[in-house]
Design a protein around this ligand. Structure first.
Ligand SMILES: *[C@@H]1O[C@H](CO)[C@@H](O)[C@H](O)[C@H]1NC(C)=O
Ligand SMILES: *[C@@H]1O[C@H](CO)[C@@H](O)[C@H](O)[C@H]1NC(C)=O
Ligand SMILES: *[C@@H]1O[C@H](CO)[C@@H](O)[C@H](O)[C@H]1NC(C)=O
Ligand SMILES: *[C@@H]1O[C@H](CO)[C@@H](O)[C@H](O)[C@H]1NC(C)=O
Ligand SMILES: *[C@@H]1O[C@H](CO)[C@@H](O)[C@H](O)[C@H]1NC(C)=O
Ligand SMILES: *[C@@H]1O[C@H](CO)[C@@H](O)[C@H](O)[C@H]1NC(C)=O
Ligand SMILES: *[C@@H]1O[C@H](CO)[C@@H](O)[C@H](O)[C@H]1NC(C)=O
Ligand SMILES: *[C@@H]1O[C@H](CO)[C@@H](O)[C@H](O)[C@H]1NC(C)=O
Length: 604
């Protein structure tokens, strides 16, 4: 890895019912400018592109009683698992998520998870060629499907049939007559948005094998559009944004600018019915406008259940002030559409573009409201159980998803060590370790040895804390290495041995001789060292003040104090050699979100 420093995205996350959220990681691809941020003056490396976050990353214990906080639960800080900015050349990426790419014949136990996203080859030319990138769970590129500009509409890369096929939105330019507007003698340039179905099994890295190529030409009329009229022909009259397929072989196409969801025959491509819009075929008890991400949830011969993001607006044309995710049932025999559930945007706001709504396996809903990468999760009965926004107001996302994930990078973790001290009396060595993309790390075990020929000595074992974990050892530890351990203490990976630079502000002329870690093992075998946790001392002080001054407060602080005690203890156990694992120095553990935090992440 060649990332020298990283600016980690930070979330403001609120849980309303921690136990009700579905398991899984968040997959989101923040960006500011669709075409790329480089010329904006606010471009920051390693913030844009595919990212995976762990909702359970760090538990931050509440120090204040529930009468002060608006929730009574402890707070969880979301933690970065993988920043894929380097892999996407720091460019905006779209529809980033795990995909099922189970090659037929491979037993389920040997199947791997894959990641997919799309991006344009030319950062400032959204109509340039683009690619679908597919990585395996070791973060190695499995394939890159390069597509011409009219096949790389970046809304949707929807893998179906266990990875044998993929559906994508396509665009083709056309110059039809304006017969739909009663002016058959005139023509105008328009963009037809249709879809393609790719054969992924026959798909090599660069060539595309198209099974289906559907165009709305002659099927969707220009006057279905809400964004054009006879005096104002804007090419993007339809703006398709999601494509799905059911077990009968028919396609569900969502088009924002006609505010219509089309069912399209897999046999001959004719439009079987329209839900919503100017030519709606259903009797329905709900409305939608400018929708995104229409998906089949369940289908039988008479009833279809579908989900969608109901934006209620197309840019400035706001028809419903509050956006929502919808679950609706369509009786396709009687052509009746019934709203089953509405999941409102928690802040009562509007999402006038982008967004998606994902039904999770436990029937929870996970919705992405796009701006500031705002996401929320709902229980099946529609109760809000979690909401979160990126602290940076700049970074939106097209979609966000929640999926299980096992990340096993083949590259080693990254370790940075630095010694400190101004003279021989009190030297120490600070370690920062991270492993971009690795899931399931529970502990980090630190080693040092005096010289290149001596054996390594374990100098500390600390719980993983956030994306990056820090540790301070006594002495000048020169030759160092770190192991990542899972919750069963099995070694998952280790850094290459590296050397620690001498103290930066050393006052003497010659640098100090590195310490032999073994010397610290003798006579210093303190199992639970004295607390150096300033936060804990501060907390005890605050608790003391409160308890003496306000007896009623003592009562309400009881639980928080208990958790405090647990916190102090759990951060300090697990030292094998009497070293002081000061494990809460990572800025990610700060309980109050700040916009963006810089710290060293990786070193060549
Ligand atoms: C974090 O989100 C909650 C819930 O939306 C909100 O009440 C709070 O003001 C936010 N905090 C910050 C610092 O933005
Ligand atoms: C696609 O290209 C990658 C390198 O970019 C290579 O590792 C992979 O084997 C190729 N896959 C196929 C199916 O040709
Ligand atoms: C990309 O665009 C160029 C023209 O700029 C074209 O010649 C080439 O075939 C395109 N590549 C793909 C994979 O579509
Ligand atoms: C056509 O659209 C333009 C721009 O939205 C609007 O100003 C105009 O009034 C519309 N014309 C008609 C006949 O609706
Ligand atoms: C189809 O699904 C609906 C519920 O969505 C159910 O009421 C109906 O019985 C089902 N029909 C068949 C034939 O299974
Ligand atoms: C190291 O510096 C401290 C503080 O200035 C001083 O008290 C101590 O004597 C110094 N030790 C040595 C070995 O120079
Ligand atoms: C290093 O450890 C091995 C076995 O663990 C031992 O045989 C060897 O003597 C040790 N070397 C040194 C320099 O202590
Ligand atoms: C290396 O360190 C060991 C102690 O671990 C010591 O016995 C040995 O003399 C050292 N070797 C050198 C070359 O300094």
């Amino acid at each position: 890895m060649m990332i020298i420093s990283n600016i980690i995205l930070k979330w403001n996350i609120t849980h309303y019912d921690r136990s009700a959220v579905a398991p899984g990681y968040w997959f989101t691809a923040p960006y500011w400018q669709h075409d790329g941020d480089r010329d904006t003056g606010l471009w920051v490396p390693y913030q844009i592109g595919p990212h995976i976050f762990d909702e359970d990353g760090v538990r931050v214990y509440s120090y204040l009683p529930s009468i002060v906080l608006h929730t009574s639960t402890d707070h969880y800080d979301q933690v970065l698992v993988w920043a894929g900015s380097a892999e996407s050349e720091n460019r905006p990426s779209f529809d980033f998520k795990p995909i099922d790419l189970s090659i037929p014949g491979i037993p389920e136990s040997e199947r791997q998870q894959y990641l997919a996203w799309m991006y344009f080859h030319e950062p400032y030319a959204p109509e340039s060629n683009g690619s679908v990138i597919i990585h395996d769970n070791h973060y190695n590129q499995e394939r890159e499907i390069s597509l011409a500009w009219n096949q790389i509409d970046t809304h949707d890369f929807h893998v179906i049939d266990h990875g044998s096929k993929a559906l994508m939105i396509s665009i083709s330019r056309d110059e039809p007559s304006l017969v739909d507007f009663g002016q058959p003698e005139l023509t105008a340039r328009i963009d037809n948005s249709g879809f393609i179905e790719l054969d992924l099994l026959a798909q090599a890295n660069t060539t595309t094998h198209r099974l289906v190529d559907w165009s709305p030409l002659g099927r969707v009329s220009l006057d279905e559009s809400y964004v054009i009229n006879e005096t104002n022909i804007f090419p993007d009259f339809m703006h398709a944004n999601a494509i799905d397929k059911n077990k009968y072989g028919d396609y569900l196409l969502s088009a924002r600018h006609t505010s219509t969801i089309y069912l399209i025959s897999g046999l001959d491509g004719h439009i079987i019915w329209r839900l919503g819009g100017k030519k709606n075929d259903f009797a329905k008890n709900f409305n939608f406008f400018g929708q995104h991400d229409a998906r089949f949830i369940s289908v039988n011969e008479t009833h279809y259940v579908i989900s969608m993001m109901q934006n209620g607006a197309i840019e400035g044309d706001v028809r419903q002030p509050v956006s929502s995710a919808l679950l609706v049932e369509l009786d396709v025999e009687n052509m009746e559409a019934t709203l089953l559930r509405r999941y409102r945007r928690p802040d009562g706001g509007s999402t006038p573009r982008r967004g998606n709504a994902q039904r999770l396996p436990n029937s929870n809903f996970f919705a992405c409201w796009s701006e500031q990468s705002y996401v929320s999760e709902y229980s099946p009965d529609g109760r809000l159980i979690m909401e979160a926004r990126l602290a940076s107001k700049r970074l939106n996302t097209y979609r966000a998803y929640k999926y299980p994930w096992v990340g096993r990078p083949l590259y080693p973790p990254t370790l940075l060590s630095q010694s400190h001290g101004v003279n021989g009396s009190e030297l120490s060595t600070v370690f920062h370790v991270s492993w971009n993309g690795a899931t399931d790390i529970a502990y980090w075990r630190f080693f040092a040895h005096a010289n290149s020929t001596s054996n390594r000595t374990e100098i500390g074992l600390v719980r993983k804390e956030g994306f990056e974990t820090s540790f301070i050892a006594r002495g000048f530890m020169d030759f160092v290495s770190v192991e990542a351990l899972d919750s069963n203490m099995a070694v998952m990976g280790k850094t290459f041995p590296s050397r620690t630079p001498g103290p930066e502000y050393w006052s003497g002329e010659t640098l100090p001789t590195p310490d032999d870690p073994v010397q610290f093992l003798v006579g210093h075998n303190i199992k639970v060292p004295a607390s150096r946790d300033i936060g804990a001392l501060f907390g005890l002080f605050v608790a003391g003040v409160f308890s003496s001054a306000f007896l009623w407060a003592v009562f309400s602080y009881r639980h928080a104090l208990n958790r405090y005690a647990i916190r102090c203890y759990s951060n300090l156990v697990l030292t094998s050699a009497g070293y002081l694992p000061i494990s809460t120095t990572s800025p990610l553990n700060s309980p109050s979100p700040v916009e963006e935090i810089t710290f060293l992440m990786d070193k060549a």
